[in-house]
Ligand binder design. Structure first.
Ligand code: ATP
Ligand code: MG
Length: 426
C-alpha cells in the first residue's frame, strides 16, 4: 500500500480542540468589530496576480518571494491572496462602495505566503483585517488602534502587547528622505548584509526594518525620516498621539518601523509581544491613502490593519488564557429493548426546548458503564438516562455529572428541560 499523503508543509489542520479555541477568539473579534459599527466583507481567496503586484509593490518580499502564483487552465496568472487589503480595495471599486462614501469594513480568513515555516510563521495563515475608506483624519487611525486595544483587553492580554507607532510621512517627504538614506547606505555599503545591499537600490526604506544587528548599529547614525516631515504630517501624527493618550493607550515611537508593504503612508503601527520569540508582531496596520487611486479608483483616503490569528492564538494559549470548551452539555444514554427509538425522541425533544445547549445522543449501544465513560470523556455536564421503566412510562432520569454526590432524579419527559436548566444554573 502506498504511504499516506500528508498536508502541504506550513499548512495546518485545525482539530476539534483547536477549532473550539479559534471559535472563542473569532467571536470576541466579531463582537468587537461589530460593536464599533464595522461590517463584514468576504472576498475570494484567489485574485489576478497583477492586483497584488500593483497594490503591494513589485519589490516587496511578499511579491518577490512569497506569493503562490499559478496559471489556471485558461492561461490567466492567478495568486492565492497573501494579504487582504488589495482584494478588499478591488471589491470596493468593483461594487462602487467607496465613491463619495465612507466604509468601515472587516474580513477574516486564510492568507498564503511561501515563507520558511516556523513557530508563528506558516504558509497558510489567517488574518482578521479591517479597512476604513473615505476618512483622512487621525481620529480614525486612533479608532482602529483603540479597537485592537479593546480586543486585547477582552482577551485578557492587554499587558502582554505593546504598541509601536511611526509616521511614514507623505510620498514627497519619503522621496526626499529616500535620496538621503540611499547616500548614507552607499557610504556604508561594504558593511551591509546581502539583503540590505540589495534593498539599498530597490527598496531602501526596508533596510530600516533589518533584523541584522550589525546593520542595526550602522543605522543608528542614519538620517531620520521625521526630520523631513512638513507641518501636515506632524499635525496628523501629533493629533493621533494625543488621542491615544486620551484613550490611555501607551505607545513607543519606533523610527524604524516601516512595514513590509509598499502602500503605507503617514501612520503605521504594530502590536508586538515578547512572549512569542522572533515572530512577535501580532497585528500591524497603517494608512494607505494612495492605494485606491493606484488600483484605478478616485483618490480615497484609507486606513486598516491585519491581525495574525495564529500568533494571537499562540499568545493566548502560551499564557494559558484560553481553553478548549467541551462540545457536549448533555449526553443521553440508554439500555433496554428498543431503547434507540425513545432515546432519539428524548434527544430531539430536548434540542427543541434547549436550543442553546449541545445535546448528544449515545449511539452504538453497550452497557451503561461504557456509555458513562463516553460521557466523561466528552466532559458532558448532565446525563439523561433511559431504561425500560423510563420507556414504559414516558420518563427520563437525570444525573448531574459534575456533582457525583447529587442524587439522580426521575421525572416526566415534559419536565426534563427545566430540570436540566436547574442543574446547569440557567
Ligand atoms: P512579519 O514581519 O512577521 O513577516 P509582516 O509584516 O509580513 O509580518 P503583515 O503583512 O503586516 O506581516 O501581516 C499582518 C500580520 O499577519 C502579521 O503581523 C502577523 O501577525 C501575521 N502574519 C504575517 N505573515 C504570517 C505568516 N507567514 N504566518 C503567520 N502569521 C503571519
Ligand atoms: Mg513577512
Amino acid at each position: 500500500m502506498a504511504g499516506a499523503i500528508q498536508a502541504v508543509r506550513g499548512m495546518n489542520d485545525l482539530l476539534p480542540e483547536d477549532s473550539s479555541v479559534w471559535q472563542q477568539v473569532e467571536s470576541v473579534l466579531r463582537q468587537t468589530l461589530s460593536s464599533f459599527g464595522y461590517s463584514e466583507v468576504r472576498m475570494p481567496i484567489v485574485e489576478k496576480t497583477g492586483l497584488f503586484c500593483r497594490a503591494i509593490g513589485e519589490v516587496t518580499d511578499v511579491v518577490e518571494k512569497e506569493m503562490y502564483t499559478f496559471e489556471d487552465r485558461s492561461g490567466d496568472s492567478l495568486s492565492l491572496r497573501p494579504e487582504g487589503t488589495a482584494g478588499c480595495v478591488r471589491a470596493c471599486l468593483e461594487h462602487n462602495l467607496i465613491y463619495n462614501q465612507e466604509q468601515r469594513l472587516w474580513y477574516m480568513g486564510p492568507m498564503f505566503r511561501h515563507e520558511r515555516p516556523q513557530k508563528g510563521r506558516y504558509r497558510q495563515f489567517h488574518q482578521t483585517g479591517c479597512e476604513v475608506f473615505g476618512l483622512k483624519g487621525p481620529d480614525i487611525d486612533a479608532e482602529i488602534i483603540m479597537m485592537t486595544a479593546s480586543i486585547w483587553k477582552k482577551l485578557g492580554i492587554a499587558d502582554k502587547l505593546h504598541l509601536e507607532i511611526n509616521s511614514l510621512g507623505s510620498a514627497q517627504e519619503r522621496k526626499a528622505y529616500r535620496d538621503e538614506l540611499v547616500k548614507f547606505l552607499e557610504a556604508h555599503f561594504d558593511d551591509l548584509d546581502e539583503d540590505s545591499k540589495r534593498r539599498t537600490h530597490t527598496n531602501p526604506l526596508r533596510v530600516l526594518d533589518t533584523k541584522d544587528e550589525k546593520v542595526g548599529e550602522i543605522l543608528k547614525d542614519a538620517p531620520r525620516l521625521r526630520d523631513f516631515f512638513g507641518e501636515e504630517t506632524l499635525a496628523h501624527f501629533n493629533k493621533l498621539l494625543s488621542l491615544l493618550d486620551d484613550a490611555g493607550i501607551k505607545y513607543v515611537i519606533n523610527d524604524r518601523l516601516v512595514r513590509g508593504l509598499d502602500y503605507y503612508n503617514l501612520t503605521v503601527f504594530e502590536w508586538v509581544t515578547d512572549a512569542l520569540g522572533a515572530q512577535g508582531t501580532v497585528c500591524g496596520g497603517g494608512r494607505y491613502d494612495s492605494l485606491v487611486e493606484q488600483l484605478g479608483g478616485t483618490p480615497t483616503p484609507a486606513v486598516g490593519f491585519g491581525l495574525g490569528m495564529e500568533r494571537l492564538i499562540l499568545l493566548l494559549t502560551t499564557l494559558d488564557k484560553i481553553h478548549p470548551q467541551s462540545a457536549v452539555d448533555v449526553y443521553v444514554v440508554g439500555a433496554g429493548d428498543d431503547c434507540e427509538r425513545y432515546q432519539a425522541k428524548v434527544s430531539m425533544s430536548l434540542r427543541e426546548s434547549l436550543p442553546s445547549l449541545r445535546i448528544m445522543n449515545h449511539c452504538g449501544g453497550g452497557n451503561f458503564k461504557r456509555q458513562f465513560r463516553r460521557a466523561d470523556k466528552l466532559n458532558a455536564k448532565v446525563a439523561v438516562i433511559i431504561g425500560s421503566q423510563e420507556i414504559a412510562d414516558n420518563l427520563v432520569t437525570i444525573k448531574d455529572l459534575r456533582n457525583q454526590d447529587a442524587p439522580q432524579s426521575t421525572c416526566a419527559l415534559t419536565d426534563a428541560a427545566s430540570k436540566i436548566k436547574e442543574i446547569l444554573g440557567l
